[in-house]
Design a protein around this ligand. Structure first.
Ligand code: GLV
Ligand code: MG
Length: 296
């Protein structure tokens, strides 16, 4: 069964007190971060801190992953060599920032194979080059579990001004529509074409629950499977946005039963109220029911 990935809480790798708090939260996935939320002076010690937290805290059955540093930089190789022998079988994935090519994915894949570790990989797409080469990156290895959108680094890479770590909720009206719409759709297309989940960037303003709700609903409407959270206060709304509502479940049940009835009468389509449904509606309804089963 595939892991639920509605909410992914990003937690700085060097902050033990935040690890402790995270054990009790409702996020589907906890991501301990060695990259941008961990200052350079803390990175070496943070590897040990993460290993210690993963081995010793009671994570209450949560799925864990670790974001290493970028593969082209000075830290990533030692991140992998320090973490994998110790906790490689306790984490679901390595989250890999600033992936620039399929060749980098092959390199990491071979390294993990040499370490005899089956851990998955989550490449973050966060530059113009990565977005251009997203199909090759998505298809580079069977270790890939999902594509993640890194909104802040992507915006920096194309010189798009942002005022926080998230462009979500920051459109000031100068551009009609969402300036990142193409990016979301391309990522979703490239990820889904390879059977991967696609995860949206966080909503930057953690004191704006209304904005978060709208942002998460938009992500879901486009086909994203989940969203990063940068604060525990965001988890509940994000889980809700990516779980089917009682109305959606009721509608899915209606679709399945109306279509079954239609088939038994030799018809390939049916009407529910004023809407026609067919096999494609059945596939969507089955997806709703499958998500309803896995959502807590
Ligand atoms: C995440 O890494 C981002 O750059 O938004
Ligand atoms: Mg980034």
């Amino acid at each position: 069964m595939s892991t639920l990935r509605r909410s992914i809480l990003s937690v700085p790798g060097h902050r033990v007190s935040m690890h402790e708090k995270a054990t009790a939260c409702a996020a589907d996935i906890i991501m301990l971060d060695l990259e941008d939320s961990c200052p350079p002076a803390e990175k070496v010690q943070a590897r040990e801190t993460i290993v210690h937290s993963i081995q010793n805290l009671d994570w209450q059955g949560k799925t864990l992953c670790v974001r290493i540093n970028d593969l082209a930089g000075p830290f990533a190789l030692q991140d992998v060599l320090s973490l994998i022998p110790e906790i490689g079988n306790q984490i679901e994935t390595l989250v890999v920032p600033k992936v620039e090519s399929a060749a980098q994915m092959h390199y990491l894949d071979h390294l993990l194979t040499a370490l005899n570790c089956e851990v998955g990989i989550e490449p973050i797409i966060e530059s113009a080059k990565a977005l251009r080469d997203a199909p090759e990156i998505a298809g580079a290895t069977s270790r890939n579990r999902c594509l993640v959108f890194g909104i802040a680094d992507y915006s920096a890479s194309i010189n798009m001004p942002l005022s926080s770590i998230s462009g979500h909720g920051e459109n000031d009206g100068i551009y009609p529509g969402d300036p990142l719409h193409f990016v979301y759709s391309r990522l979703i297309l490239c990820g889904k074409a390879d059977g991967l989940k696609v995860i949206d960037a966080p909503y930057g303003n953690f004191r704006d629950p209304e904005g978060l709700k709208i942002s998460a609903a938009r992500s879901r409407a486009l086909g994203f499977d989940g969203k990063w959270c940068i604060h525990p206060a965001q988890i509940e709304a994000v889980n809700a946005a990516f779980s089917p509502t009682p109305e959606e479940i009721e509608r899915a049940e209606q679709v399945l039963s109306a279509f079954k009835q239609a088939l038994s009468e030799g018809r390939g389509a049916a009407a529910i109220g004023d809407s026609m449904i067919d096999q494609a509606s059945v596939r969507m309804a089955e997806d709703v029911m499958a998500r309803a089963k896995t959502a807590k």
